[in-house]
Design a protein around this ligand. Structure first.
Ligand code: M6R
Length: 594
């Protein structure tokens, strides 16, 4: 989704700092980009498409684009298609004010009509453009820049992170409501961004803004005020991850790098949380639920479905809900704990489900990767998954870390089971074995021309079948679907042909494995190629055309290993098809609109 960068105090390097920040925000997904620099006038350069188009335009115009105060933006279209005109920053009629915005201004049409009637001329179809015109109106009425900015923001309904510069002012003004904004405090410069990677190379000191807060950045530093204008004391946090972690480290894509980072991510997730001697789990979260409702979207929803099974199996009633559906027919809450699973901590659908749950009196727990994210600030407690920054739009290491964090959560609520703790400790090494020995690339190559791809599994392999299909379709653009293995014969079997490979997830030799092997035989009888993702205990290999082997593991962790194989299959299929793996079309890393 959209990204914001702003800075004051970088002198002649302001423009380069903004463009660097935008490049670090590319992973969020965008379809146009732009910058505005203030230096007596406001220069705006913006282009539809890749950041490279903006860079080319800036190279052409570099002499005309200078300034020591600036803002930049990557836009993911909501109101109006991705064109140069609709790209941010947007200006007022006089060209004195420039604004960038993330989120959606719900009352923009009403404001636009009012401003148009008053003689303002609009250049774009965006909701954002009302903001510079509102500021212009306030300035024309005699307000000073800061008051004009605040008064304009007070007129807005909806969600926003907004930053603004003025031609004759050396400050950046910012405000947030339901959309993240964070300040970066450097030695001689101050930064503003929707996400820390945008300025992480320049500073590790951060200040997270809360809803309703305003910030002013100037040559002397920064200040934050609340909606009444009263100063707010803000804590300065230090981010612990290294800027190197946001590079590709020699991998062709962030996704492949992040798949390979899983052993480390899983060690980090468990580290210091399990007693060496007793195996007891201490997560430093204050929960003791009698029932659990999970809310989440996409890959995080699949981790939540997995988590719900872990809880059920431990005797704690649990159910997973899609964030976008939760408020439509909310289940009775009773004493249930509502757990929001979201790697970014900014997913609007998940946040709104959690807000609905809180409104109805529920206690809430965030399971997230991002320290200081909205979800962690809004929930009663937070369990961090500690996966490190994930840049590829396709979630990989965060899924595994979410599942491990939820497994730890279950174990922390009871006397921990020795075999599960042992499995969690072995998991990083087992993932490494999968990474070192996987034949996923060959399998992807063999089946890359198929009509469709199906993924089946039971129990904890079911959410992984869904996740395998999601990963495959989102980065390869090929049709892929995941099913509970037993559901195949209730409809989807009609789609199965000799040109639709079926990836069957089967581990162990229990009842579930036996039944899934029965389903494998059903597809085999229809001539579909079968790829078994399996350990050595199962004899599904006898019925498979290919085997993607995983080490034997506890039933609670085996599906995480199977998922790593499916991540690799999706990656290599997309690579062979030449897809833009880290930034699939139409998708965004952080989905901040409902
Ligand atoms: O940040 P979140 O975990 O809340 O994101 C939810 C989904 O948008 C996300 O998991 C999405 O499905 C993945 N990028 C798919 O790989």
């Amino acid at each position: 989704m959209c990204g914001i960068i702003g800075c004051v105090g970088r002198g002649d390097e302001t423009l380069d700092t903004l463009v660097h920040g935008l490049s670090k925000l590319e992973y969020r997904g965008y379809d146009s980009a732009g910058v505005a620099l203030a230096n007596g006038s406001v220069e705006v350069v913006k282009r539809a498409g890749e950041l490279e188009n903006l860079r080319r335009a800036l190279n052409g115009e570099r002499d005309g684009v200078s300034g020591r105060v600036g803002i930049g933006h990557t836009r993911w279209s909501t109101h109006g298609p991705p064109t140069d005109e609709n790209a941010h920053p947007h200006r007022d009629c006089t060209g004195r004010v420039a604004v960038v915005h993330n989120g959606i201004i719900e009352n923009y049409q009403e404001l636009r009509d009012e401003l148009t009637d008053a003689g303002h001329e609009f250049e774009s179809e965006t909701d954002t453009e009302v903001v510079p015109h509102l500021i212009e109106t306030e300035l024309a009425g005699g307000a000073d820049p800061e008051t004009a900015f605040r008064s304009a923001i007070e007129r807005l309904e909806g969600s926003y992170a907004i930053a603004c510069v003025l031609a004759d002012d050396d400050r950046v003004f910012a405000a947030r409501e339901d959309s993240p904004l964070v300040l970066g405090i450097g030695d001689d410069a101050v930064y503003l961004a929707s996400d820390v990677p945008a300025f992480r190379e320049f500073t590790d000191k951060v200040v997270y803004l809360e809803d309703g807060e305003f910030a002013v950045l100037d040559g002397e530093g920064w200040s934050v005020t609340d909606s009444t204008g009263a100063p707010v004391e803000k804590a300065i946090d230090t981010v612990t991850w290294d800027p190197e972690e946001t590079g590709k480290s020699g991998y062709d894509h962030y996704m492949l790098k992040e798949i390979h980072e899983q052993p480390r991510a899983l060690r980090q997730c468990v580290s210091g949380r399990v007693s060496e001697l007793s195996g007891e789990v201490d997560l430093d979260v204050d929960v003791d639920p009698t029932g659990v409702q999970f809310v989440a979207c996409g890959t995080s929803y699949h981790a939540a479905v997995y988590g719900a099974q872990l809880f059920q199996e431990a005797g704690i009633p649990a159910q997973a809900f899609l964030g976008s559906e939760y408020a439509t027919s909310p289940p009775p809450i009773g004493d249930d704990l509502v757990v929001g699973v979201t790697q970014s901590g900014e997913t609007a659908d998940t946040l709104s489900a959690l807000r609905e749950a809180r409104r109805r009196g529920a206690k809430t727990l965030a399971v997230t990767n991002v320290v200081g994210s909205t979800v962690s600030r809004e929930c009663d407690d937070t369990l961090y998954i500690r996966a490190g920054p994930e840049i590829g739009v396709a979630a990989t290491k965060t899924f595994s870390s979410q599942v491990v964090a939820l497994t730890l959560l279950v174990e922390s609520l009871r006397e921990s089971r020795r075999e599960t703790i042992a499995a969690l400790r072995d998991l990083p090494a087992s993932v490494q074995t999968v990474l070192d020995t996987s034949k996923a690339e060959e399998v992807a190559e063999e089946y890359v021309d198929s009509d469709a791809y199906f993924f089946i599994g039971r129990g904890m392999h079911y959410p992984v079948a869904l996740e395998g299909a999601l990963k495959f379709k989102e980065i390869s653009y090929e049709h892929a679907e995941g099913f509970a293995a037993g559901e195949l014969k209730h409809g989807p079997l009609a789609l199965v042909t000799e040109n639709t490979p079926v990836f069957a997830l089967v581990t162990g030799e229990g009842e579930q494995a036996r039944k899934t092997i029965g389903n494998v035989k059903e597809v085999e009888a229809r001539d579909a190629p079968v790829v078994a993702v399996t350990d050595r205990k199962s004899d599904v290999a006898r019925y498979a055309d290919h085997v993607l082997e995983i080490p034997e593991s506890d039933p609670r962790t085996a599906a995480v290993l199977a998922n790593v194989q499916l991540q690799l299959v999706a990656y290599y299929a997309a690579a062979q098809l030449g897809r833009p793996i880290d930034k699939p079309r139409n998708l965004a890393k952080s989905v901040t609109v409902e």
